[in-house]
Design a protein around this ligand. Structure first.
Ligand code: ARG
Ligand code: ZN
Length: 876
């Protein structure tokens, strides 16, 4: 077999044939589902009469084919494993096909498959070609009419996109339902669900007074876990009306929860399909983080109805057009609904850890890639999260009001069309009169820009000179980078007054907080009338997705931590201060010298713990040390053991020095109120649970008692999970084992809780974890075929830095064994699971060798195109 070949953005051609209407009939059967399609097709006026018709189709058994009711014999078409090629077709015709597929054998979870006995679909990006022969590309948009035939007992519920128009019984215990979707859509938004499902119903009245029925479909046992998703949906619908003027456009909106799902969820028109982990919540089964995640994902998929469905992508290179914009929209929604500063801190903290690592590794790619082998490999942090950061920069550049005008223009002008990133940015340029030609490089250049900043105060002239230099490191296929347009939001904080000073640049007064624009490789900004020596506060609110380097002293950072008017930068100053201390400790560990705690960090923490900071949610973030993964990001060569030891040393030193303060914070934040996922309660729980984590890091007697009591109280999953995690991650196996056992038995029936049970055990730092992973892979609740289980056990193990990176290479080997098996079962999940191995260049030589040899072992297998593409890049 020849190696899989990439497709290129530069090869884009508009479709020669369009499908105007599609009528599909599904006769469901686990091993032999029949799919009959009647496609109304028209040749594009620009295309020659002898242009062949090319339809995608994979894993389909062709039964019959007809054009305008005349059967085609095998000599009039060519069929291969990629699809169908018909040399001669009329200008306008109806193509009928009849194919057979086997949903039960579909372990890739793309196309039509079965999950827990129910039928469901996942078509984005290129899954529809596993359902029927079709031009499977987003710029072909048709209206759909779909009939689903199933068994009355096993599949009492038959769903598809749009509105139900007919249903009835058939002979042999079968029945059918017909659905019609009036909105033309690309086939990646097609969906079908059939099974024994129960529905929770609610209603929403839109801003123009239309009544929309809202339904969440789940398995019977989960009916009591839908309330939060439903209320989130209603909040999201109202928010999109108010923030973007966007109203829902059908009379029915459905969400279905399925257990086996590759990603979080999917925005199919009128019928969103969700990973059950992204919908189901209950105070006893889901943590605060899970509640917030559900809210964000429900909103995200709902927002796609406009940013994705009404206006879609011309081709998959434009994926970030819908994903970057929609992530930005859901981030703003969550910020408005909960704590805005905390949302920003959490998003940036995750972004700088995970997206920066992706952008610095062998799979780095621009927000708009120029080639791909397998598009499912490009549902990445770069396309989603960096895409959202770039939309955020645009919003900040044009201002809130213009941004709304630009988005209104975009939705109006391109409604019902499949468009490009230029179309979106063009609307922003049009309403603002700004020139975004340099800005567009953000979409084509991969890699995270480094900004070296340097400042000097000139006492004599009362000037502050700030020099910014940018450099984007080379990434695969892009050795030379051009300078980007980087908006830097900043202030100058006076060291005497502790206040933001007025910024005067080129005789223009910019106020106390302003955006300066770096467009060149290097530029010096001269601020005049600066009355006192300042400390610069740069990149406020993370105004651009860059790495900012400024030679702050620890005194500067301690000063910003208390005086910066920007909450985000106050938090960041604390992180930078901790990182400097950690750097010293990492060096001490490597050199075998005694570790000494930096008491500036201890003092800063003491001030935070005893001070009057009223925002408990932000306080909780400020008391959280940078993660091992983020610390690793800052090191030239990652030393996993030194990082772990240094971070533990800081945690324990803080716990010893501030024991009383942590106990006081714990006690002040215990509440007896019934659980609610409100920002106030969430903040209290985070604070309390962070305090408990510090106390448990030294296995403090009182801490242990609080921890055990919190576990036994069984008040809500956030508290129970934290207590169990802290016990399991401590050396007190005598306390941890019974708790773990009790928890596992209590929740054996609930797959989402068992996922947590797996994760807690395999993320402990103790050296027995590898054996535990192997043992748990045999547990009846584990299955390689279920992506959530793979993520909870294998994925979580690969995040366990000290154990995954064991020097005997057994961690890498275990992951590789799983990848090789999943390559056959579920290539999308297999390819994602390789990620930690692709980062081999970041480690010492021994580990590099071990990781590479495992990648080479994968490469010797017969590979799916997904895994092939990732491994090839990783070893290039
Ligand atoms: N569009 C979905 C979302 O909202 C993701 C679909 C991803 N599909 C896939 N096969 N990876 O993010
Ligand atoms: Zn999305």
């Amino acid at each position: 077999m020849s190696d899989p070949q990439p497709v290129f953005l530069s090869d884009y051609q508009p479709p020669a044939y369009r499908v105007t209407h599609a009528e599909l009939t599904f006769d469901l059967d686990p091993d032999a589902t029949r799919v009959k399609a009647r496609l109304s097709i028209e040749r594009h006026s620009d295309a020659d009469a002898d242009t062949p018709l090319i339809l995608n189709g994979e894993h389909l058994k062709l039964i019959s084919l007809a054009i305008d009711e005349k059967a085609l014999d095998a000599s009039s078409y060519q069929l291969d494993e990629k699809g169908l090629h018909i040399a001669q077709v009329p200008e306008r015709f109806v193509l009928e096909s009849d194919v057979e597929i086997a949903p039960q054998e579909n372990t890739a979870l793309e196309g039509l498959y079965q999950s827990n006995g129910m039928y469901c679909t996942q078509c984005e990006a290129e899954g529809f070609r596993r359902i029927t022969f079709y031009p499977d590309r987003p710029d072909v948009m048709a209206t759909f009419k779909v009939t689903v035939i199933g068994d009355q007992q096993r599949e009492p519920v038959l769903l598809a996109n749009g509105n139900p128009i007919e249903r009835g019984n058939l002979e042999g215990g079968r029945h059918f339902a017909t659905w019609e979707d009036p909105h033309p859509k690309p086939c990646y938004l097609f969906a079908l669900v059939a099974g024994n499902l129960h529905c929770v119903e609610d209603h929403f009245t839109t801003m123009s007074g239309r009544e929309v029925t809202l339904q969440i479909w789940v398995e019977k046992d989960n009916v009591d876990k839908t309330e939060h998703a439903m209320s989130s949906l209603k909040r999201a619908m109202a928010w999109d009306e108010q923030a973007y003027g966007r109203e829902y456009d059908l009379d029915l909106f459905m969400i279905v929860a399925v257990n086996d799902f590759n990603m979080g969820a999917m925005e199919n028109k009128g019928l969103n399909i969700f990973n059950s982990a992204a919908v189901l919540t209950h105070p006893h089964t889901a943590t605060d983080a899970a509640f917030q995640n559900v809210e964000g994902i429900v909103a995200h998929e709902y927002f796609h109805n406009w940013s994705g469905n009404r206006v879609t992508c011309r081709d998959w290179f434009q994926l970030s057009l819908k994903e970057g914009f929609t992530v930005f929209r859901d981030q703003c929604f969550s910020a408005d609904t909960n704590s805005a500063p905390v949302k920003r801190i959490q998003d940036v903290s995750f972004f700088r850890t995970a997206q920066f690592a992706e952008d610095a590794g062998p799979t780095a790619h621009p927000i708009r890639p120029d080639r791909f082998i397998e598009i499912t490999n490009f549902y990445t942090l770069t396309i989603y999260e960096k895409g959202a950061e770039v939309v955020r920069m645009l919003r900040n550049l044009v201002g809130e009001e213009r941004f709304r005008q630009g988005s209104d223009l975009y939705f109006e002008r391109f409604d019902g069309q499949a468009v490009t990133i230029e179309d979106f940015v063009g609307c922003m340029a049009e309403v603002s009169g700004q020139d975004f030609s340099q800005f567009m490089r953000w979409y084509s250049q991969a890699g995270t820009p480094d900004i070296d900043a340097h400042g000097e105060y000139d006492y004599v002239h009362g000037e502050y000179h700030l020099t910014l230099r940018q450099r984007t490191p080379a990434t695969p296929g892009q050795p030379n980078k051009l300078p980007l347009h980087i908006p830097v939001r900043m202030g100058l904080v006076g060291t005497k007054s502790g206040q933001d000073l007025t910024l005067t640049l080129n005789d223009e007064k910019l106020g106390k907080d302003a955006v300066i624009h770096l467009r060149d490789n290097e530029k010096t900004f001269i601020f005049t009338d600066v009355a006192e020596a300042p400390v610069p506060s740069l990149l406020r609110e993370f105004s651009a997705p860059v790495k900012l380097h400024y030679p702050y002293s620890r005194e500067d950072l301690a000063f910003l931590l208390t005086h910066d008017s920007d909450g985000f930068n106050r938090w960041d100053a604390g992180q930078r201060l901790a990182l400097l201390a950690l750097d010293d400790l990492i060096a001490a560990h490597r050199n075998g010298v005694e570790k000494v705690m930096d008491n500036r960090v201890t003092e800063a923490f003491k001030t935070l713990l005893t001070g009057s900071m009223s925002d408990k949610a932000v306080l909780a973030e400020m008391l959280t040390l940078p993660s091992e993964a983020y610390i690793a990001e800052q090191q030239p060569i990652v030393d996993v053991d030194a990082i772990h030891a240094a971070r533990e040393f800081v945690r324990q030193s803080l716990a010893v020095a501030l024991r009383k303060e942590f106990i006081a914070v714990y006690e002040a934040n215990v509440t007896e109120q019934p659980y609610a996922p409100t920002p106030e309660q969430i903040a209290q729980r985070s604070l309390k649970n962070i305090a408990l984590a510090y106390l448990m890091s030294i296995e403090d007697e009182q801490g242990l008692a609080l921890c055990e009591a919190q576990f036994s109280a069984d008040h809500n999953m956030t508290d129970v999970r934290q207590a169990l995690t802290l016990l399991v991650h401590s050396d007190r196996d005598d306390l941890a084992s019974p708790a773990l056992k009790a928890f596992g038995e209590k929740w054996a029936h609930d797959p989402l809780v068992m996922d947590q049970w797996f994760t807690i055990q395999v993320s402990r730092p103790q050296a027995d974890v590898l054996e535990r992973v192997k043992y748990l892979m045999q547990h009846p609740a584990f299955s390689l075929k279920n992506p959530n289980k793979v993520r909870a056990l294998i994925g979580a193990f690969a995040q366990n830095r000290v154990n995954f990176h064991r020097l005997d290479g057994q961690g890498y080997q275990l992951l590789t064994d799983v990848v090789i098996e999943l390559n056959r079962l579920n290539p999308e999940i297999a390819a994602r699971l390789i990620t930690p191995l692709t980062r081999w260049q970041r480690f010492d030589e021994t580990r590099q060798g071990l990781m590479r040899s495992q990648l080479e072992r994968i490469q010797k297998e017969p590979l799916s195109s997904n895994v092939y593409e990732v491994v090839e890049k990783a070893l290039a």
